[in-house]
Ligand binder design. Sequence first.
Ligand SMILES: [Zn+2]
Length: 253
Amino acid sequence: MNVEILTRSAIIEKCAILNSFNQTFAINRLKELTKENGIRLNLCFSIDGKLTEIEYLLFDNTTLTPAQIAALQKLLNQITSNCIGMALINSLINNGHQFDFSINNSINSQAFYNATDNTITLRDPSQLTSNSLMEELYHAYQNFTYPGGTAQYAGKSGNANIEYEFKVLNDMISSIYGGTTLGNTATNMDNYKKWIGSLTNYTSVPNSFNQTQYSFYFIYMNEFYQNDPNHIINYNLYPTTIFSLISHSECSN
Ligand SMILES: [Zn+2]
């Protein structure tokens, strides 16, 4: 299955082909699903209202240049090249989760997800890494998956967990496929990497953590954030979205 980024006009054309029996329906449905500005994760619906086999990241092309579109497509291809990234995109699409993207070159970070208004802001798609984009997509997934969403943790106890959960997931993926390690600390880098390796055996992502693994999860989180007053750990908030995503992937062991 391909996940593609398409301009609105291109997706209308594709949907019209898919729904060639009723082009008006396809276009009207897309208009319903699409805002005037920004990007949304979205779907092309078939004529009977069922989802098609083809899934898209849909966005409006009025705010993005062709170069920005191409840059995002490249990153999306990288994200979906491993089974967890694919599961993440599938989950967002299959559950009909939608959110807006925008470009703002004055933000401090490469990318930022706002759980309150459900938007992803990108500074410059041509400079963005697939890790950064996947992180923000994962934050969206967390917001849709945690009971009550994740805005409740913004600036409060638990915000460290929301960030660290992605780092551990990312590092498990990196231990299998290669890539950047995010959740280590300078003082305990080797032990952390060994711990991550013990979770995956460098071959597959686990379906759960045992009690010892949870203990180390919080120990490493505490080490990571100990000098950071802006990240507060909630020791009762377990990384459940990691395992809900893995359970919906094709790569669990
Ligand atoms: Zn983050």
